[in-house]
Design a protein. Structure first.
Length: 377
């Protein structure tokens, strides 16, 4: 019988490794006892060239502001905020909107996404009829036009690009082109029909952060587009069983009924009551972007859901959707940064996303976060 203990062909590590496997089989290690040792956030670059910088601006949804903050007032109230953001000089602006391409994909699976499409997707059908382009073709044409965009485009070129962007399912970027036109040049022509012009004018008057902050800032800075980075591909339809659907809703609303939620509501109400005072809107954004905001949001919402005791794990299902959505939103931003190294990106997003955005973005080797409060001084 061969003496394996003297077999020089056997690697030196083989016996310890086999012993380790044997021990592992005998004593399983609990998952929570393992901590990985690779930390991308400590390996920042690049060694040469401008870094990618990202400023995460937490925002309330402007549609939910008090009724006395009319669209006519909103522009003046937002002006101090826009001035400070413009001074930071972002080269790209990302928004909490579904891209036309994702919406086009979701429309192909109505059994799962019909409600998502209804609630979150722009309808490009009128622009498709005007331009003769479906969403993928319009996106390709918009990319082609922007890649060869002249330094001083004519009003006709801007109107045409706006029509293409509407057909691409990108109304935020179409609004950038609309705002870059002189008011007298905002008229039906070059692919923009009267109904499309009416829809752009209606968007212009909406209390919406994509149009009133992101598009307005892009136009102010001379940018040509926005980047739609929201993601709802993790959406699922409500349970078919009404009783289960009701139980899910009850579990989540019960989790949300907690002191942190009441504190957030009181803070928001107090800030909104002072919006028309000097720097009222700016102070609201300073508060929404304070360092303790993400933890308060977690305690109010996602941490409370994680602790939901329902045997079905309703809170964990909700949390799984939330984390997946934010991971994919950050991946969409990282895609843009990878395509254009050295980008200075402003991303405008609902306040509950801020902590997840910053935590996930900070893991990236080639992303450096910017303190929003330094910009909003």
């Amino acid at each position: 019988m061969p003496d394996h203990s003297r077999d020089t062909r056997r690697p030196a590590w083989a016996i310890p490794f086999a012993a380790a496997l044997s021990l592992a089989a005998a004593a399983p290690v609990a998952a929570q006892d393992y901590r990985q040792g690779f930390h991308p956030d400590t390996l920042k670059g690049p060694p040469q060239g401008a870094p990618n910088e990202v400023l995460v601006l937490a925002t309330p949804h402007l549609s939910g502001l008090p009724d006395n903050i009319t669209p006519a007032k909103l522009g003046a109230l937002l002006a101090p905020l826009l001035d400070r953001l413009a001074a930071w000089k972002p080269s790209a602006i990302a928004t909490e909107n579904l891209s036309g391409l994702q919406c086009d994909s979701l429309r192909r699976y109505p059994q799962r996404y019909a409600e998502t499409v209804r609630d979150y997707c722009f309808d490009p059908s009128a622009a498709a009829a005007a331009t003769g382009l479906d969403v993928p073709a319009a996106n390709a044409e918009a990319e082609r036009l922007l890649a060869n965009w002249p330094a001083a485009p004519s009003p006709a070129e801007r109107r045409h690009l706006a029509a293409i962007l509407l057909a691409a399912g990108e109304p935020g970027s179409a609004m950038v082109q609309w705002l870059r036109l002189a008011p007298g040049d905002r008229k039906p022509a070059d692919g923009l029909t009267e109904p499309l012009v009416a829809s752009l004018d209606k968007m212009l008057a909406r209390r919406n952060e994509t149009y009133q902050i992101a598009a307005a800032l892009a136009a102010k800075l001379g940018l040509e587009r926005l980047w739609s980075v929201d993601d709802h591909s993790a959406d699922t339809p409500p349970p078919s069983d009404p009783a289960e659907s009701k139980a899910f809703e009850q579990a989540i609303t019960t989790a949300w009924d907690n002191p942190a939620t009441r504190m957030r509501r009181q803070m928001s109400d107090a800030l909104e009551a002072r919006l028309e005072q000097p720097d009222g809107m700016l102070n609201l954004y300073r508060a929404y972007n304070a360092p303790d905001g993400p933890m308060l949001a977690y305690r109010s919402d996602f941490g409370a859901a994680l602790a939901d005791p329902s045997p079905q794990g309703f809170g964990r299902q909700y949390l799984g959707f939330w984390e997946t959505r934010n991971l994919r939103m950050v991946a969409n931003m990282r895609d843009v940064l990878g395509r254009y190294p050295g980008t200075r990106m402003l991303t405008v997003v609902g306040a509950s996303h801020k902590g997840y955005y910053e935590a996930y973005l900070d893991q990236m080797h080639d992303v450096r976060l910017v303190d929003p409060l330094a910009v909003l001084r």
